[in-house]
Design a protein around this ligand. Structure first.
Ligand code: PBG
Length: 322
């Protein structure tokens, strides 16, 4: 035998030499949940190790993450029902929990990359990402709400805005709104190929943001489709997105690769709540080694072409690698 692939696997040092993909804490964005109140820290039942924090404790937690080398977070609000309405007006309230918190975080951590989510669902009494009329999700009127939300977030200091709503035309609309208001420096990470997935369940528990009726299939993508992801990506690219995201990650590695092969801007993957919950649940039952399963799945996302990974494992990874 002339070709013996096992020669390159014969020792740890040899394996390290030929390893094609490496993970670093610099690859990660840590999604975090903020809630109202003071000294509040409640664990999300379906996401062991992940908490909703009030602003005071969130700042402490971010400090810990920064000390561990985490350089980017993505913030989501958990609001009481009394703050929600049909038009998600709380989403652009400059004194509301979310905008106030972004400002406080950027004041204390100017070097931290703060990404903010742009979508109506955490603020919507309908639990949808768009304005609902007669059971339908309206596209263009929703863009106006997203625009106001984006400007409020940019004003508060957001570095990256992450439109996660899947309305048509939003990247172009938000780019223009940002530029006209003098926020040329604010990046857009578009949720480009966001699928209508069962894997968002625990996140909707965390934010109490599940749709009050129906599902999200008229705006989020059909899991059966990949060519459609190219259309979404072409539009987002043309409309000015800086980074294209695929979500969820593990069941969509082919989509990550497809976008990475076809577009020369960075590709991100969102390792979503359900993917986190599955590994945690199995590990708690002693059914698999949670740490190895975490590292293997993060590695797979990176190998598939994700330069950036949004993951609830970010802090755990950082703790392991300090
Ligand atoms: C909603 C949004 C969702 C997630 C991020 N932004 C859920 C949804 O579309 O219902 C999911 C994140 C996760 O599951 O970790 N705009």
């Amino acid at each position: 035998m002339i070709r013996r692939p096992r020669r390159n696997r014969q020792s740890a040092a040899m394996r390290d030499l030929v390893q094609e993909t490496n993970l670093s804490v610099n690859d990660f964005i840590f999604p975090m949940f903020i809630t109202e109140g003071e000294r509040v820290r409640t664990e999300v039942a379906s996401m062991p190790g992940i908490y909703r924090y009030s602003l005071d404790l969130l700042l402490d937690e971010i400090q810990e993450c920064v000390d561990l080398g985490i350089s980017a977070i993505d913030l989501f609000p958990n609001l009481s029902d009394s703050k929600k309405d049909k038009y998600a007006t709380e989403s652009y309230n400059p004194d509301g929990l979310f905008i106030r918190s972004v400002r406080a975080i950027k004041d204390r951590f100017p070097d931290l990359v703060v990404m903010t989510d742009v979508a109506m669902d955490p603020y919507s009494s309908d639990g949808h990402d768009g304005i609902v009329e007669n059971g339908k999700i309206l596209n263009d009127p929703t863009l106006e709400v997203l625009g106001k939300m984006t400007l409020a977030q940019a004003e508060a200091g957001a570095d990256i805005i992450g439109p996660s709503d899947m309305m048509d035309g939003r990247v172009g609309y938000l780019r223009k709104a940002l530029d006209e208001a003098g926020f040329q420096h604010v990046s857009i990470m578009s949720y480009t190929a966001k699928y209508a997935s069962a894997f968002y369940g625990p996140f909707r528990d965390a934010l109490n943001s599940a749709p009050k009726f129906g599902d999200k299939k008229t705006y989020q993508m059909n899991p059966a489709n990949s060519r459609e992801a190219l259309i979404e990506a072409e539009l987002d690219f043309a409309e000015g997105a800086d980074i294209l995201m695929v979500k969820p990650a593990l069941a969509y590695l082919d989509i990550i690769k497809l976008l990475n092969d076809n577009f020369n801007i960075p590709i991100a993957a969102y390792n979503v709540s359900g993917e986190y919950a599955m590994i945690k649940a199995a590990a708690r039952n002693g059914w698999l080694d949670g740490e190895r399963a975490m590292l293997e799945s993060l590695m797979a996302m990176k190998r598939a072409g994700a330069k950036i990974i949004l993951t609830y494992f970010a802090k755990e990874f950082a703790l392991l690698n300090q």
